[in-house]
Design a binder for this molecule. Structure first.
Ligand SMILES: Nc1nc2c(ncn2[C@@H]2O[C@H](COP(=O)(O)OP(=O)(O)OP(=O)(O)O)[C@@H](O)[C@H]2O)c(=O)[nH]1
Ligand SMILES: [Mg+2]
Length: 253
C-alpha cells in the first residue's frame, strides 16, 4: 500500500505517460523513494515505464473494438464501464503494492475518465489506500494566447471539483515555450490582467478579466507550475507542491 498516490490526468497527448516515467525516475534517484507505476489506460500500446499494475491485463480497448465492433472512443467508454465493474480487483491489486509513492497514468480521453462515475470512484478508493493528489496536465504549446492560460487554470479547478481531490495544474512541455514572462503571468494577477487587456478587445476582454479575478480569489486552490518531462524541469517544484498541499490539509506526516 502506497503512502501517496499521484494521479496524472489531462487531454490526449498532454504528456501524462512521459511525465509518469520521468517524474518516477526522478523520485527514485533524487528522493530515494520506492515508486510504483500504475497504468490505467486500456488503450495505450507503449509505456516508457515498467508498470507494477497494468489495466491492460484486465481490459484493452483493442480487444473491445474487435469483439464489440466499436470505434476507439466508444471502446474507451466501454472500457471505463468495465473498469467500474472490476473496481474491486483493480484496487485489491494496487493495495498489494509496497512502494512509498504510486504514480497513476490515465487515458487520454480524459473527459470519459473524469465525467464517468468510474474515474472519480477509482480515485476515491485510492484515497482509502493513501493520500491522493491529481496532477492535471495541459500542453503549454497549445496555449497560443494568454487567455488560454486563464482557461487552463479554470480547467484545473473543474477537474478538482469533479474528482474531489486536491489538484495541481501542470503546464507541460515547457521546454518548447519561448515566452519569458510565463512565471509572472502565473503569479502576478495584475500583470496577467494587463496582458489580457492588450491581447483582446471588448466583451471578451471583460470576460477574461472577470475570470482572472475569480482565479485570484481561488489562488490557494489553483496551483499552476511549469514542467518539462523530457528535460526534467520543474520536478522539484512539483514534488514540493504535492507535499505542500498535504501540509495545508493538515495531512502531512
Ligand atoms: N518537448 C517535449 N515533448 C514532450 C514532453 N512530454 C511529452 N512529450 C511528447 O509529447 C507526446 C505525447 O506524450 P505522452 O506522454 O504520450 O502523452 P499522453 O498524455 O500520455 O498521451 P495519451 O496517453 O495518448 O493521451 C510524445 O511525443 C512525447 O515525447 C515534454 O516535456 N517536452
Ligand atoms: Mg499516455
Amino acid at each position: 500500500m502506497s503512502l501517496l498516490n499521484v494521479v496524472f490526468l489531462g487531454p490526449a497527448g498532454s504528456g501524462k505517460t512521459t511525465l509518469t516515467a520521468a517524474f518516477g525516475k526522478w523520485l527514485e534517484n533524487e528522493i530515494n523513494y520506492k515508486v510504483n507505476y500504475i497504468n490505467l489506460d486500456p488503450g495505450c500500446e507503449f509505456l516508457p515505464y515498467k508498470p507494477d499494475f497494468d489495466i491492460r491485463d484486465i481490459i484493452t480497448t483493442r480487444e473491445i473494438m474487435l469483439k464489440e465492433k466499436m470505434g476507439p472512443n466508444s471502446a474507451m467508454i466501454r472500457a471505463v464501464e468495465l473498469m467500474e465493474m472490476r473496481i474491486k480487483d483493480i484496487i485489491t491489486n494496487i493495495a498489494k503494492l509496497r512502494g512509498e509513492v504510486c504514480l497513476i497514468d490515465t487515458p487520454g480521453q480524459m473527459e470519459i475518465f473524469v465525467f464517468h462515475t468510474a474515474g472519480p470512484r477509482i480515485i476515491r478508493k485510492l484515497e482509502d489506500l493513501g493520500r491522493t493528489v491529481n496532477v492535471f496536465l495541459l500542453d503549454s504549446t497549445l496555449i497560443s494566447k494568454v487567455s488560454g492560460l486563464v482557461v487552463a487554470q479554470l480547467m484545473g479547478i473543474a477537474v478538482q471539483l469533479l474528482m474531489e481531490v486536491p489538484t495541481v495544474t501542470v503546464l507541460s512541455k515547457i521546454d518548447q515555450i519561448k515566452r519569458k514572462d510565463m512565471d509572472r503571468l502565473i503569479l502576478d494577477t495584475e500583470y496577467l490582467k494587463k496582458v489580457l487587456r492588450e491581447e483582446s478587445r471588448g466583451t471578451i476582454t471583460d470576460l477574461s478579466l472577470e475570470i482572472s479575478e475569480v482565479i485570484e480569489i481561488l489562488r490557494g486552490a489553483v496551483r499552476v507550475i511549469k514542467v518539462s518531462a523530457t528535460k526534467n524541469i520543474g520536478f522539484d517544484h512539483l514534488y514540493d507542491l504535492i507535499h505542500e498541499i498535504f501540509c495545508t490539509c493538515g495531512d502531512l506526516t
